[in-house]
Design a protein around this ligand. Structure first.
Ligand code: CP3
Length: 343
């Protein structure tokens, strides 16, 4: 039974024979098989083709053997049918051509129906679940409302999120309207992924760490909370952010059965603060995978020690795997985590 998989057991904080591991961005450019496919199709085209998306999702599973798969997609995909003009440019990352600047831009955003507006993601999920055939679970995901809003307002990636904060401070009424629309879309999108077969979900609120705890509590928490409370099925939910050391308790209050942390916090300290009634995911610095194997091993041991073999730890990087990561180090990492955590 898939519910007895190491990953899903750890999500429920049940004891497991070893610590499960998967990696954020595990399907991607560090794999030559992925790069070969990318030569023939753009990133968006790959996301929109369920056969290609399913194939890419399964590449790291077949080649390396993580304990969970994550559907190949992007947090920005549901923005397109909302009315956002999205492009992924080579080297620069996502670009939004009609960034949100004024009240009417927010008013005109559509609140989408995932089954009609992003059917390809749901189709890809069905294919992957079918192909995995209950060997390991599939994780669905969405961006957190704040992280999505920041891309829309900044027009792309940002260093300091000045425009986003300015909008929030100057026009709280429209900020909240925007966040309400986004949280409704994110809730529907996640529920559609669960209905399509995703056995766990992760909310990537990657950039929320740019906010003070006070601003997070006031401008973000109620909306993220609505997302977690709106999940229809009882699947485990991972709530992830980076650079969010002092937001962890607030993130827990917003929701999630597992909190995802990066390497800027000591995993054991973070877990103690959060309390052991939630799981924890993390938190190897992705740059460690560019270091000598002995150093990778030392850091893996440290993280496992700091989790104290407690049920509910899911091993992961603290953020996405880097494209220049040598495949052999990824294979070594998976084996190390499995071997060193054997109870
Ligand atoms: O984890 C997985 O393997 C699933 C696939 C996945 C992608 N994006 C594929 C992708 C997931 C979970 C994401 C989430 C995502 N997308 C986040 C949250 C996680 C994080 O990194 O903070 C964010 C912020 C985005 C937005 C995004 N998409 C950026 C900033 C970029 C460009 C940066 C980069 O790495 O190039 C993307 C493009 C993207 N998303 C790629 C992949 C594999 C690279 C596309 C390519 O092949 O050129």
């Amino acid at each position: 039974m898939i519910s007895n998989s190491v990953f899903l057991k750890a999500c429920r904080r049940e004891p497991t024979e070893y610590t499960p591991i998967w990696l954020m961005r595990q399907a991607g450019r560090y794999l030559s098989e992925y790069r070969a496919m990318r030569e023939k199709a753009s990133f968006l085209a790959m996301c929109k083709n369920p056969d290609l998306a399913a194939e890419v999702t399964l590449q790291p599973i077949k080649l390396i053997g993580m304990d969970a798969a994550i559907i190949f997609a992007d947090i920005l995909l549901p923005l397109e049918p909302m009315g956002i003009k999205l492009e992924f440019s080579q080297g620069e990352g996502p670009i939004i051509h009609n960034s949100i600047q004024k009240e009417s831009d927010i008013e005109s955003l559509r609140v989408i129906e995932p089954e009609e507006d992003v059917p390809y993601v749901l189709e890809a999920i069905k294919k992957v679940v079918n192909e995995l055939n209950n060997t390991i679970p599939l994780i669905g995901f969405a961006g957190g409302p704040f992280t999505l809003a920041s891309y829309c307002i900044e027009g792309g990636h940002s260093q300091n999120f000045i425009k986003t904060k300015q909008f929030m401070y100057h026009n709280p009424k429209y900020w909240h309207l925007f966040m309400e629309k986004l949280s409704t879309v994110v809730t529907r999108y996640l529920n559609a992924q669960i209905a399509a077969g995703a056995q766990a979900i992760q909310v990537f609120d990657s950039w929320v760490g740019c906010l003070s705890p006070h601003d997070y509590a006031r401008f973000v928490l109620p909306h993220s909370q609505k997302v977690f409370q709106g999940l229809t099925n009882d699947v485990p939910a991972i709530h992830f952010a980076t650079g969010a050391a002092d937001l962890l308790e607030l993130m827990k209050a917003a929701g999630g059965n597992i909190i995802g942390v990066d390497w800027r916090v000591e995993l054991g300290h973070a877990w103690k603060r959060l309390g052991y009634n939630v799981g924890i995911q993390g938190n190897l610095d992705p740059v460690t995978l560019l270091a000598p194997t002995a150093m990778i091993k030392e850091r893996v041991k440290k993280i496992l020690q700091s989790a104290e073999n407690r049920p509910g730890h899911i091993f992961n990087l603290g953020h996405g795997i880097l494209p220049q990561t040598p495949l052999k180090n990824v294979v070594a990492l998976i084996n190390m985590v499995h071997d060193l955590s054997k109870r």
